[in-house]
Structures are given as C-alpha cells and as structure tokens.
Design a protein around this ligand. Structure first.
Ligand code: NAD
Length: 332
C-alpha cells in the first residue's frame, strides 16, 4: 500500500475539486462515426476529464474509455439537464441523430429524434445553462431543385428525404434561437464523411467507407450507387478540424446561424474505385443501385463553401489520393 503525506493528500484533493469545478464539454452521440474521433480530439486539448462522452448505448468503445462516459438518451430532457448542471457543462456537441438511409426506414421516429434532441439542447442554452452548442446539418438539406454544382450557401432548398427535412427544419430553428434568444449555436452542413476508426451509421455516402473494407477483404465491391453518383465528401480529420475551428472562432465571425456549407472533395464511385485500383490492382467493382441512389440524385455534386472560408478561414486539406492511402493503411 502506498502511504501519502497529509500535504500530498491536500494537494490531490484541491486538484480533484478544481477538476470538478472546471467547465466541461459534453458530446452526445459519442459512440458514432464522428463522435469517437471528436471526443478523442477534444480531449487532446481540454484533457480527458473535461470532455464527457455520452450516448444511448450502454457499452462504449475502448478508445474513449480514458475519460468520463455517461449513458444518456437525448430524448430524456430531465436527465440531460441534471447531467449538465451536476458537471458544470458549458459546451454541447449534439451528434445523436438518425442518418439518411436509416431515417427513410423509420421516418416518424427519425423526425422525432432529430428534432426533439435538438430542442432539448437549444432549450438548455436558452435557459443559460450552457454557453455554446454545436449541431451538424448535412448536404441533405438540398434537393432536386437546388443547383447541383457548386451549390451556393443560400439557394432553393426542397429536400425530399425525412433526414433532409429534419436537417433543414433544424437549421431554421438554430437561426431562430440565435435571433430570438441569443443562443450561440454553430453548425456545418457536413458532406459524406470517410473514416476507418468506427463504422458509418446508415448514411447514403457509407459506400465510400465500405468499399475500402471490401477491397481489403475480397478485392471486390458491389456498390449501391451508380458509377457516376458524384457527391461531396470529406476525410474525417478535416471534418473534426472544421468542427473545432468553427467552435473556437470568435462569436462575431459566425455570421451564418443556420448552417455553413463545407466543401472537401467531390468524386463518384467509379473515380474512387480507380484510385483504389492503383493500390490494389486486382480490385473490381460492380453496381447494384438501390433506394440510396435516388437519395444521392437529390443531393449536390459539389458545394460552394466561400462563406465558411471568409468567416472563419475554413480550408480543406486532404485530397482523394491521400484518403485512399490513409484508409487502406488504417484498415489494414
Ligand atoms: P452515427 O449514426 O455514426 O452516430 C450517432 C450516434 O448517436 C450513435 O452512436 C447512436 O448510438 C447515438 N444515438 C442515437 N440515438 C440516440 C439517443 N436517443 N440518445 C443519445 N444517443 C443516440 O452518426 P454520425 O455519422 O457520427 O453523425 C453524427 C451527426 O453528424 C448526425 O447528426 C448526422 O446527421 C451528422 N452528419 C453525419 C454525416 C456523415 O457522413 N457521417 C454527414 C452529414 C451529417
């Protein structure tokens, strides 16, 4: 047994009390594709104890076990409020949602979860319990009548999926809470995100992760989108950097309070397959489009992110060749 002096005991107690008193960051939906990597990155800067990971799941990945984890259903507003008060949470990243493909299977549930979850967090900020909110939107807010190339920040938005409808409504509510209650809510319209640290959660762009897994496993892949289904995409580390950069930007720089267009790179399955073939020459791809092709057709090929560039200096870094190398290295 280690015996410590009374002085050391007091010092450790003071440190413990200081840790408790420090304001905390809460990530909701932290077991998902974005959540895991966001928690890890935030903990690098703020310390493990100051970033609370939470998700509806009882079990959580080992990679986020270095800091606190709380099982939380975002629909439970009372539990959320207690968690925030008891831990002096001042910033919330709300990632819990049903994604595009899964949402089409349970439209009413998706609407309920995606909207009520957002209201529960916006209300905390309206009541001054928290100071800053991050909530992600998506390229799914656009629709068949939006310009398809370099889709502008402000344009026709007529989403045809329940996911897109919930994201567009969420954007309007974020802007409303900012204008009406001065809530500091910040948002990005993420493109399709590519990463290997956790599985994607049922989106239309998941093929761009699955393709690498199958390329390594069986050197072949059957794609649920058509070869020319070009979509805006981004490597996860760029998306995490964007998320942290928009949250750290001075308040007055954030002029768009609905959600910012964010551009990475754009490619279609055929182009991605060709890049993979450079690394795995035996790789082959077949196409069997399903309902997700229709969703993809309603989304932009590319987006214009000049507002994000001007307002908070956004710049994408990772291009397709680098993504392919990182994915194959990471997965193998
Ligand atoms: P994901 O599905 O991988 O993760 C979502 C997490 O939320 C899961 O771990 C899930 O268990 C959790 N969750 C679900 N219901 C919950 C509830 N009631 N309470 C608490 N947690 C709950 O999703 P993701 O890809 O990490 O996406 C996170 C956010 O980013 C979502 O709002 C999504 O719409 C948005 N987004 C993602 C992408 C992408 O390509 N991944 C693109 C655009 C926007």
């Amino acid at each position: 047994m280690t015996i410590i002096s009374f002085n050391d005991y007091l010092i450790s107690k003071v440190i413990f009390v200081q840790i408790l008193a420090m304001s905390k960051i809460l990530v909701i939906g932290s077991c998902g594709q974005i959540g895991i990597e966001l928690v890890l990155e935030l903990r690098k800067t703020h310390g493990n104890h100051n970033v609370i990971a939470s998700d509806i799941k009882e079990d959580y990945p080992q990679s986020i076990a270095e800091g606190p984890y709380v099982q939380l259903d975002i629909m439970n507003a009372n539990k959320l409020t207690s968690l925030v008060k008891e831990n002096n949470v001042k910033e919330v990243y709300l990632l819990a949602a049903l994604l595009s493909a899964t949402a089409e299977k349970k439209p009413l549930f998706a609407w309920e979860l995606n909207m009520q979850g957002l209201f529960n967090v916006l209300e905390l900020a309206k009541n001054k319990l928290i100071e800053k909110v991050f909530w992600p939107s998506s390229i799914a807010v656009f629709g068949n009548n939006s310009p398809i190339d370099s889709t502008p920040q402000h344009t026709i938005m007529e989403p045809s999926t329940v996911y897109g409808i919930s994201k567009l409504a969420g954007e309007r509510w974020c802007e409303y809470y900012f204008n009406r209650y001065n809530v500091d809510v910040r948002s990005i319209r993420y493109p399709g995100l590519i990463s290997y640290k956790s599985a994607p959660g049922g989106g239309t762009t998941d093929y761009a992760v699955d393709i690498f897994i199958q390329a390594l496993k069986s050197q072949s892949y059957t794609c649920y989108l058509k070869p020319d289904a070009k979509l805006p995409m981004m490597y996860m580390s760029d998306a995490i950097r964007a998320t942290i950069e928009i949250m750290e930007a001075p308040r007055d720089n954030i002029k768009v309070r609905s959600s910012y267009n964010l551009s990475g790179i754009s490619f279609d399955p055929e182009e991605l397959a060709a890049e993979i073939k450079r690394e795995i020459p035996n790789f082959s791809i077949e196409y069997a489009p399903d309902f997700r092709q229709e969703i993809a057709e309603s989304w932009p090929n590319s987006v214009d992110d000049s507002y994000a560039r001007n307002d908070w200096n956004w710049e994408n870094k990772i291009k397709i060749q680098e993504i392919v190398k990182k994915m194959l290295d990471g997965l193998s």
